[in-house]
Unconditional design. Structure first.
Length: 408
């Protein structure tokens, strides 16, 4: 890539997550010394207010609108990497991806919108390969802990057993932290789209919908859809809201890396709800609540009620104190074809939807700007595990409060 003024630009810097991300970058990297970066968005006044809030008067800012391709192209030509926090991406994200692809600019975001990611791959992957733009979706809680968690377990399995595990399960043991307004808006939008689009419903039922054409398993993938007992962990399980995106990203990672986990690799995710009757009742309650939310989001009158009175709105989120008190603890169990097992865990020291997501997204952007050479990873649509691997694992452990550990 030719010389560009900035290492990275945060687009959507004045959004709720964007502000947390900018604070993290200021605290971790400063402004203009070690890492050259800028903030961007459509409102010059809001960008100026953010600079004052951060106490960084010299922080460069770029005014650009999410649907202005000329303005976005001009912004992209100034930077090596764009980090986008402007969602729902299915509504506001495509023009920026198009600009990055046209200008050969690397890009990462925190989307979890399966249908939109699929559209972007179909429309822009060939052009990204030609221009050299590396596009990396899902660089927040969905799907870095899952994707790199599986990558870490498989590395450890190969060291111990000389082969990867052909089946891995992730279980959310514990977590504290709410969903962001942007995440909820994205979930409601995809539910709304699926309600009127049978082809989309079929695509959303396919765990390999984000994998390259032809990549699939002949085995039926496990999928926790309701209250279910897990003999491996001795607890009851409930569906995990992020599983639909995480499962597809993990399978795409396997494909992009040349199927190191195996062609018939099985993967699933769920939430632990506890043991005995209490655990079973909790699993049933979560299943009913999740089903009710999806059903409500699919119907216009109840969707209006949810958006108006129930769920947080985009731009809303918890206090800094609540973010700091949040955490998550994810457990992985892998099994080889001959029955040998390995257990690992991934933890984060902030709430998953805001504090930890902002740190993961920031480190992914820095990693893309500094650590991943174009000669090592060419242009195209990548996943966190397939493009970053150990480099990002080490950054997250050193800077972002994550752990990747074995459980012996």
């Amino acid at each position: 890539m030719e010389h560009r003024e900035y290492d990275l630009v945060v687009f959507g810097a004045t959004s709720f997550v964007g502000k947390i991300l900018c604070r993290y970058l200021v605290d971790q990297y400063g402004t203009g010394a070690d890492l050259k970066w800028a903030i961007a968005g459509r409102s010059e006044a809001k960008l100026g207010a953010l600079k004052r809030e951060l106490g960084e008067a010299a922080l460069p800012m770029i005014v650009a609108d999410a649907d202005d391709i000329a303005g976005l192209n001009a912004m992209c030509l100034q930077t090596r990497v764009v980090i986008s926090t402007v969602g729902p991406y299915a509504l506001f994200g495509e023009t920026l991806v198009q600009a990055c692809v046209q200008t050969g600019t690397d890009y990462c975001d925190l989307t979890g919108e399966v249908q939109w990611i699929r559209q972007m791959i179909v429309r822009y992957e060939d052009q990204a390969r030609s221009s050299g733009a590396r596009i990396v979706h899902c660089c927040g809680f969905d799907s870095i802990p899952s994707d790199l968690g599986v990558w870490f377990l498989q590395n450890e399995a190969t060291k111990d057993f000389g082969e990867p595990c052909n089946q891995v399960s992730m279980r959310v043991k514990a977590a504290r932290g709410g969903l962001s307004g942007g995440t909820v808006a994205s979930l409601i939008n995809v539910t709304k789209e699926a309600a009127s689009n049978p082809q989309l419903r079929k695509e959303l039922a396919n765990p390999f919908s984000l994998a390259p054409a032809g990549h699939k398993s002949s085995k039926r993938q496990p999928n926790v859809k309701g209250a279910q007992y897990d003999p491996d962990f001795g607890v009851w399980l409930a569906p995990f809201m992020m599983a639909p995106i995480n499962v597809r990203i993990v399978h795409r990672s396997n494909a992009l890396q040349g199927t190191p986990y195996g062609q018939e690799f099985l993967y699933d995710e769920a939430m632990m709800t506890g043991k005995g009757l209490k655990g079973r009742l909790a699993a049933l309650g979560i299943t009913a609540g999740l089903g009710g939310f999806i059903a409500g989001a699919a119907i216009k009158p109840t969707r209006w009620i949810l958006e108006r009175f129930v769920v947080p709105k985009p731009g809303e989120g918890p206090s800094p104190e609540s973010q700091k008190s949040g955490f998550y603890d994810l457990r992985f169990i892998g099994q080889t074809a001959d029955g040998r097992t390995l257990r690992t865990k991934v933890t984060g020291d902030r709430d998953p939807g805001y504090g930890s997501t902002a740190k993961m997204l920031g480190e992914a952007g820095v990693c893309l700007a500094r650590d991943v050479r174009n000669t090592d990873r060419a242009g195209g649509f990548w996943t966190p595990a397939s493009i970053f691997g150990e480099t990002l694992v080490e950054r997250l452990k050193t800077n972002a409060g994550l752990t990747f550990d074995r459980i012996d």
